[in-house]
Design a protein around this ligand. Structure first.
Ligand SMILES: C[S@@+](CC[C@H](N)C(=O)[O-])C[C@H]1O[C@@H](n2cnc3c(N)ncnc32)[C@H](O)[C@@H]1O
Length: 168
C-alpha cells in the first residue's frame, strides 16, 4: 500500500482491517491512509493479533516456544496491539473503544481454528530452517494424542480497536 494509491479523499464512512495491518511493515501509513479516506465522524475498526497472547499447551514447552518464535517472522508486527492506541492517536483518530475477543479450542478437530493454523505454521516454519524437521514433525504430531487424552488446549486473543476521525 502506498500513500495516495487510493483515489479517495474523505469519502468513506467505515474502514475496516481484520488481521491485515500487522502484515504491513509501514503500518503507520495504513493508519494515515485510513484517516485520509474517511469522512469526518467516519469510523474505523482494526482487528489485530498479539502472538505473545497465545496459550498452546505442549508437553515440550521449549519446542513449542522455538516453533512459535520462528512463526513470528510470518508478519511484520507480531505484537501490534500494544502499540495500536498510540498509533491511532498519532494518526489523528479518536479511540472510541477497545476490547478483546478470545479464541479457545479444547479439541483438535478438523473444523477448529487451531488445527488449520497448525498446518500453516508447520509449512511456514519448515521453510525457514530455525527448527529441525524432526522437531517440527514432533511438534505437529503431538496435538492428536493430546486431543485423544483430553489434554488439548489452544487460546489466542484478537484485539479490536474502534476509532473515528473527529468532525471538523
Ligand atoms: C491473516 S490474512 C487476513 C485475511 C482476512 N482479512 C481475514 O481476516 O480473514 C492477512 C492478509 O493481509 C494481506 N496483506 C499482507 N501484506 C499486505 C500488504 N502489504 N498490503 C495489503 N495487504 C496485505 C494478505 O493478502 C492477507 O489477505
Amino acid at each position: 500500500m502506498r500513500p495516495n494509491s487510493v483515489n479517495l479523499m474523505r469519502l468513506l464512512t467505515l474502514w475496516c482491517a481484520r488481521q491485515v495491518a500487522e502484515y504491513i511493515a509501514d503500518v503507520d501509513v495504513v493508519l494515515s491512509e485510513a484517516f485520509r479516506v474517511l469522512k469526518p465522524d467516519g469510523r474505523t475498526i482494526f482487528i489485530t493479533t498479539d502472538w505473545d497472547a497465545l496459550v498452546w499447551y505442549s508437553d515440550d514447552a521449549k519446542r513449542m516456544a522455538a516453533v512459535l518464535k520462528s512463526w513470528e517472522a510470518h508478519c511484520a508486527h507480531p505484537r501490534l496491539p500494544g502499540t495500536m492506541p498510540h498509533r491511532l492517536k498519532n494518526a489523528g483518530f479518536r479511540l472510541n473503544d477497545a476490547f478483546v475477543y478470545s479464541l479457545l479450542n479444547l479439541s483438535y478437530d478438523d473444523d477448529s481454528y487451531s488445527k488449520g493454523l497448525s498446518t500453516i505454521i508447520e509449512k511456514f516454519v519448515g521453510g525457514r530452517g530455525d527448527v529441525s524437521a524432526s522437531d517440527l514433525n514432533d511438534w505437529l504430531s503431538e496435538f492428536a494424542p493430546l486431543n485423544e487424552a483430553g489434554r488439548y488446549f489452544f487460546s489466542s486473543n484478537r484485539y479490536i480497536f474502534k476509532a473515528s476521525r473527529p468532525a471538523l
